[in-house]
Structures are given as C-alpha cells and as structure tokens.
Write a protein that binds this ligand. Structure first.
Ligand SMILES: Nc1ncnc2c1ncn2[C@@H]1O[C@H](COP(=O)(O)OP(=O)(O)O)[C@@H](O)[C@H]1O
Ligand SMILES: [Mg+2]
Length: 313
C-alpha cells in the first residue's frame, strides 16, 4: 500500500500537482508520514543520495521536436497529429480557444497527460533527440527536466516558504544536505525575482501569506529549484493584476537566457510581447506555427487571423 502511494507522491512533488497532494492530506495522510515513507522507499531504490549538481544538465542542446502527436482521454481524441519544433532558449506561445487542447499539449510535453486514468498518447516528443516516450525512460526524470507552472498559484498551506521552494528537491529528488538546500532555495528565489521580498520570512511564513503575484513567483522558484531545462506555463497570469503580470512577463524574458519556455496564454498582447514563436491550435489540431511577428501581423490561415482579431474564441 505504501509503495504505490509513494510513487504517486514522487510524481506529485516533481510535477507540483497541488490538488492531488491536498487530496492525500484530506484523506488523513500527514505530510511528515508521507515524507518518511517516501524516504524509506527512496532508500530502497537509490544507491546514494543525489547532489544538486548531478541534477544539472546544462540546458537543452537542440530543443524539443514533437512528431505526429495524438492524445486521448479514453476514446475521445483531443490532439490530432501535432508536429511542432520548440526552439531551445526561446519562448513559444500556444494560443487557441478554450477546449482546443492547449493544456493537454503542454501536459504531453512532460508526460503528465498519462497520469489521468484512461489517457493515452501516441507519437514522439524528442527532448534533445531522445524520445521521452521511449521504453525505459523514467517519467519522473522527464518531469524534473520539464517543469510546469499552473494558472492558479499553489503554495502548500502548511509549509514555510523555504520548505515549499525546496519540496521537489527534498522529496522528489531526495536531496538532504541542508546547506545545499539553502543555497538552492536562495538561488531559485533570486532567479524568480522573489528573494528580496521573502528573505526575512523564509522560515516564518507560508507561501499562502504572499500576494497572488508573489505566490506565482514562488511556484516558478519551486519549478526552478529542481534544475529543469524547460518550463511550461499554463496561463500563468490569468489570475493576476496587470502589475504582477508584467513582473512575470519580465521574469519569463529573463529566464529564456537559460531555459526553454512554453507558455499557454489567452492574452494576445502577452503572446505578442513575450514570445518568439507562436502556435495556434483549433479543435486539437495545430493550424499555424511561426515567428510571433508573422503570426500576429501576417497570419497565413484565415482562422488564425479570425482568432487573433477576436472574431471567435
Ligand atoms: N480529464 C479529462 N477527461 C476527459 N476530457 C478532458 C479532460 N481534460 C480535458 N478534457 C477535454 O479535452 C479537450 C482539451 O482540453 P484542454 O487541453 O484542457 O483544452 P484547453 O487547455 O485548450 O482549454 C477538451 O474537450 C476537454 O473537455
Ligand atoms: Mg487549458
């Protein structure tokens, strides 16, 4: 009973799937006993405790190539033969009306789609030329290399900011060295442009005490702490005010120096402001993909133009 629970816990911590962890807590699992059990399973499975430096892979070499990607929920097909190249150290925006498959596409990029019961993926997603769906590839490792930040910022209610930001490292990656964890917390909070605002309350306050924009930057720091190569953002600013939105946009532009970013957004100005490339999806199909300027100024497809100018959506 413990082992499957811990395996899911590992998936959860790495992918920051907040609702699932809360549901475990609702069912009466206490965080400390989950941690303990997780550690004992790790001890069984791992020959050694990893150092943070071992997690670093130095960024992508050649981007992500998506080939003939199809995704299903049971019998229902929600992505249809998607082919797309995501260039490294750039921002690729995914746009399209609600229900067209944007979130599903994002979740196929880090093997989170398959976590849903009955969900299936066919096709290839090549991360630096290696198919993340190939036999023997560990989905947990893929989710570490390709992190995700969701629409609603999700700090863990009963954790301090320090515990929250190091969750993936402590529980997902099994890092125990306190100094290394502290360094990682500081580094990722600085990268997420939050350090100055939380430095004095790191061990005192929970992420829940922060503003919406700060909470979203905390989630970005948490994603950065496990040393990913790629960060996926699913409508990261849709719950934020314009000032917090502009901070997150500035942050994304800074992050693309070292990380490959993919952002789902309903905000056309945001896509135009931050992204280098834009992909337009409709009814599960990739309709058009190109440089953002071309997509916004001279779309080739009529439906892209109609969507961008707000004729539907
Ligand atoms: N867990 C699920 N089970 C069944 N169908 C789902 C599930 N999640 C999403 N869908 C369906 O898959 C399609 C694509 O959804 P989604 O990827 O969330 O679209 P978007 O992010 O573009 O709004 C929609 O028709 C949606 O209803
Ligand atoms: Mg969505």
């Amino acid at each position: 009973m413990y082992k499957p629970l811990c395996e899911s816990f590992c998936v959860i911590m790495i992918s920051q799937c907040y609702h699932t962890i809360l549901s475990f807590l609702d069912k009466g699992y206490v965080m400390s006993s989950l941690e303990e059990t997780y550690r004992s399973v790790c001890a069984e499975n791992r020959a050694h405790t990893p150092q943070i430096s071992e997690l670093m892979s130095g960024g992508l070499q050649s981007g992500i190539t998506v080939k003939n990607l199809n995704a299903y929920f049971g019998e229902k097909q929600v992505l249809n033969d998607v082919n797309l190249y995501i260039e490294k150290d750039k921002i690729t925006a995914i746009i399209g009306p609600s229900g067209c498959g944007k979130s599903t596409f994002l979740r196929c990029l880090n093997r989170m789609h398959e976590v849903v019961r009955g969900a299936k993926v066919t096709g290839e997603v090549l991360l630096d030329d290696k198919d993340i769906y190939a036999k023997g590839v560990d989905p947990v490792d893929i989710r570490r290399r390709i992190g995700i930040v969701f629409q609603k910022a999700q700090p863990f209610p009963m954790m301090t900011i320090y515990d929250d930001v190091t969750t993936g490292l402590r529980l997902g990656c099994g890092v125990k060295d306190k100094k290394a964890l502290m360094r990682a917390a500081e580094k990722s909070l600085k990268k997420a442009a939050l350090w100055d605002e939380v430095e004095n309350v790191l061990y005192k306050k929970s992420g829940m005490s922060l503003s919406g924009g700060q909470q979203q930057r905390l989630c970005i720091a948490r994603a950065l702490a496990v040393e990913p190569d790629v960060i996926l953002f699913d409508e990261p600013c849709s719950a934020l005010d314009p000032i917090s939105t502009s901070k997150i946009e500035d942050l994304m532009i800074e992050l693309k120096e070292k990380y490959t970013l993919v952002i789902v957004t309903h905000n056309m100005q945001q896509a135009a402001r931050v992204s280098d490339y834009t992909a337009f999806f409709l009814y599960g199909k990739l309709i058009e993909f190109g440089e953002t300027e071309q997509i916004f100024k001279k779309p080739k497809e009529k439906s892209t133009e109609d969507y961008i100018v707000g004729r539907f959506g």
